[in-house]
Ligand binder design. Structure first.
Ligand code: PMP
Length: 417
C-alpha cells in the first residue's frame, strides 16, 4: 500500500468516489455492461426465480422448463427420503446450532456425516464447513504462508484463488491438465520454497474434463509436495459407485493429501468438506479461522447431505444413468458439430459459442423454447470461449436431450441469420 499522505496546510477535498458506493469502479463497470446489454435488447440472464425444486426440470414464472442450470446431479435435492431426514433433524435440533462447533454447536449428525465422508475416501477423518467456497478459502488460507508455493491448474475455481491470496503464498498457475508443465516448474523451483501445494479439480466445472490424476500423484510424491483435489463436480459423478475421481482411477485415498468437496451438488445440501489424515483434520478443527469462528452447519443440512450420501451408495443405478446421459448429450452434440471443447461428458457439457453476447442471446432463445441453460461469460471464461453450460442430471431423458440439441442448432441458425 501507499504511505499515508502528509497533512498538508490546506487539505484537499476527498474525491466522491472514495466514499460513495455508486462510484465504486466495479459497480461503474457493471452498470456499463448492463446498460450496453439492454441497449442491444439482451435480457439479463441472471437471478431468474425458480419456484420449486430445480433438477432436470424446473418452474419459472409459472412455466415448466427442461433445466440444465442446476447441479442436482443425482436428483437428491427434492428426494423424499432426503427431505424427510432434513425435517426430522429440524424437529430434533431446531434450525440452528447457535454456536461454533468448538463451543456448543456440535451435534451427532455432524460427526456422522464426517465419518461417512472419510470412509468414502478410506482416510482417517473429515471436517465440514458451512460453505464450499469458504472451505477452500479457509483451508488453503490457513495452512499455507508466505514461504510456500501453491501451484494450480489455470482453470481452478475462484475459491482456491481466494484462499491462496489469503495465505500470502506464492501462486503459480500451470496450463490446463498439463502435468509435464507442472513437473518442469517443480524441477526448477521446488527448492526455493518450504511447503508446496498442488491444487486440481476432479471435474473442471466450466469444461467437464478431468486431470490424469495418477500422473499428478507420482509428481507430488517425487517432489515432496501436497496434493489437493476439489471434488465439487466429481463426487457422485465419476467412478462406478459415484465415489469420485479416486474410484475412476482406482487410486488409494491416501494418494491425495487433501480431498475437498462441496455438499451443494450431489449431496443436496450446502457446505464443504476436507477429508484426509488426522493431523490435517484435527489441525483445521482447532485452528482454521473459517471453522473456528463460524457457526456449525445447520443439522437439517448435515442430515440432508448424510442421507444423500447414503442414498448414493444404495442407488448406484442413478450414478450409471447420470454417466450414460452425460455421454449421450456429448455424443449427440458432437454429431451435429457443436463445439463441446474438451468435455468428457461427466456432469458438464459446454456449447462454446465464442462471444458473451452470442451466448446470452442463445440462452434467451432456448429459454423461449422451454429450455433453461445459463450462459457463461467473460471473465468467468475467456471471451473467445463464452458458452452455454449444460449441467446433466440423472433425470434428463434421452428424448429431452435430443430435443435440446435440435433447439441449440435452430437457435444458432436463427442467431446467424
Ligand atoms: N469448488 C468448485 C470447483 C466449485 O465449482 C464450487 C461452486 N460451484 C465451489 C468450490 C464452491 O462450492 P459452494 O458453491 O458449495 O460454496
Amino acid at each position: 500500500g501507499q504511505a499515508p499522505a502528509r497533512p498538508a496546510e490546506k487539505k484537499a477535498e476527498i474525491p466522491e468516489e472514495h466514499y460513495r458506493f455508486h462510484l465504486h469502479p466495479g459497480y461503474q463497470q457493471l452498470r456499463i455492461i448492463n446498460d450496453g446489454a439492454s441497449r442491444l435488447g439482451v435480457k439479463n440472464p441472471f437471478f431468474k426465480l425458480h419456484e420449486g425444486t430445480a433438477g432436470a426440470g424446473t418452474q419459472i414464472s409459472g412455466s415448466g422448463y427442461i433445466n440444465y442450470a442446476s447441479y442436482n446431479y443425482l436428483n437428491m435435492s427434492g428426494d423424499p427420503v432426503v427431505t424427510a431426514a432434513a425435517k426430522a433433524a429440524i424437529d430434533r435440533y431446531g434450525t440452528s446450532v447457535s454456536a461454533s462447533r468448538l463451543v456448543s454447536g456440535e451435534r451427532p449428525v455432524h460427526r456422522d456425516l464426517e465419518t461417512e465422508i472419510a470412509a468414502l475416501y478410506g482416510v482417517d477423518d473429515a471436517i465440514t464447513f458451512v460453505s464450499g467456497h469458504a472451505t477452500n478459502v479457509s483451508t488453503i488460507g490457513y495452512l499455507f504462508g508466505p514461504r510456500d508455493l501453491v501451484l494450480h491448474d489455470e482453470l481452478i475455481h475462484n475459491s482456491v484463488l481466494q484462499g491462496i491470496q489469503l495465505s500470502g503464498a506464492r501462486r503459480l498457475p500451470f496450463p490446463h491438465n498439463d502435468w509435464e508443465a507442472l513437473d518442469a516448474i517443480l524441477q526448477e523451483q521446488r527448492h526455493q520454497f518450504e511447503r508446496v501445494l498442488i491444487v486440481l479439480e476432479g471435474i473442471y466445472s466450466m469444461d467437464g474434463d478431468y486431470p490424469d490424476l495418477p500422473r499428478f500423484v507420482e509428481i507430488k510424491q517425487r517432489h515432496r509436495a501436497f496434493l489437493m483435489v476439489d471434488e465439487a463436480h466429481s463426487l457422485g459423478v465419476m467412478g462406478a459407485r459415484g465415489y469420485g475421481i479416486r474410484e475412476h482411477f482406482g487410486l488409494d485415498g491416501k494418494d491425495v493429501d487433501i480431498w475437498m468437496g462441496t455438499l451443494s451438488k450431489t449431496l443436496a445440501g450446502c457446505g464443504g468438506y476436507i477429508a484426509g489424515e488426522t493431523a490435517l483434520v484435527e489441525h483445521l478443527k482447532f485452528l482454521a479461522p473459517g471453522f473456528l469462528y463460524s457457526v456449525g452447519m445447520p443439522p437439517s443440512v448435515a442430515a440432508a447431505s448424510l442421507e444423500a450420501l447414503r442414498r448414493m451408495k444404495e442407488l448406484p443405478e442413478r450414478v450409471a444413468t447420470l454417466q450414460a446421459r452425460g455421454k449421450y448429450f456429448l455424443e449427440q452434440a458432437k454429431a451435429v458439430g457443436i463445439d463441446t471443447g474438451t468435455s468428457t461428458g461427466f456432469a458438464v457439457v459446454p456449447a462454446i459459442t465464442g462471444s458473451s453476447l452470442r451466448a446470452t442471446r442463445l440462452s434467451a432463445a432456448l429459454f423461449k423454447q422451454g429450455i433453461n441453460v445459463q450462459p457463461i461469460l467473460y471473465p468467468a471464461v475467456p471471451e473467445k470461449s463464452a458458452r452455454l453450460r449444460f449441467f446433466i442430471s440423472c433425470m434428463h431423458t434421452e428424448e429431452q436431450i435430443r430435443l435440446t440439441i435440435q433447439e441449440i442448432i435452430k437457435a444458432a441458425q436463427r442467431d446467424e441469420a
